[in-house]
Design a protein around this ligand. Structure first.
Ligand code: 5GP
Length: 118
């Protein structure tokens, strides 16, 4: 069983966060250290540690994460120009918080997908 992270406390509103959306499956809130003019994290309400831990029973929540990302992008007025959705996994992916989350980044041209080329 994976250990809870700070994101579970945000989802339960036990610690402050700028929550933009919440339903029975997912919660979306602003990243505390934004890496783009718009940087939102979209997370399932139940704990899934990494992409490696996703089960078929999680598919509804994972799909909802994408529809909520598109809705928030549209509401922010960045859908037409575009944005980036990122999900980091484990150390090589740069994952820091082990509660699976999708980054919604936009509001400016984001440059190449990766800062380093192989
Ligand atoms: P990761 O590197 O795991 O893909 O991304 C974790 C993200 O969570 C980072 O962008 C980081 O800024 C954000 N983050 C970490 N702790 C908090 C927090 O307490 N509140 C919020 N809103 N974001 C956080």
């Amino acid at each position: 069983m994976a250990e809870e992270t700070i994101f579970s406390k945000i989802i339960r509103r036990e610690i402050p966060a700028d929550i933009l959306y919440q339903d029975e499956l997912v919660t979306a809130f602003r990243d505390i250290f934004p890496k783009a003019p718009l940087h939102i994290l979209i997370v399932p309400n139940h704990l899934i540690a990494t992409a490696n831990d996703v089960k078929a029973s999680d598919e509804l929540a994972l799909g909802r994460m994408v529809t909520v990302a598109a809705k928030l992008a549209a509401e922010a007025g960045i859908a037409e120009d575009g944005y980036r959705l990122i999900m980091n996994c484990n150390s090589h992916g740069g994952q820091e918080v082990y509660h699976i989350h999708m980054h919604l980044l936009g509001g400016a041209p984001l440059g190449p997908m990766l800062s380093q080329r192989l």
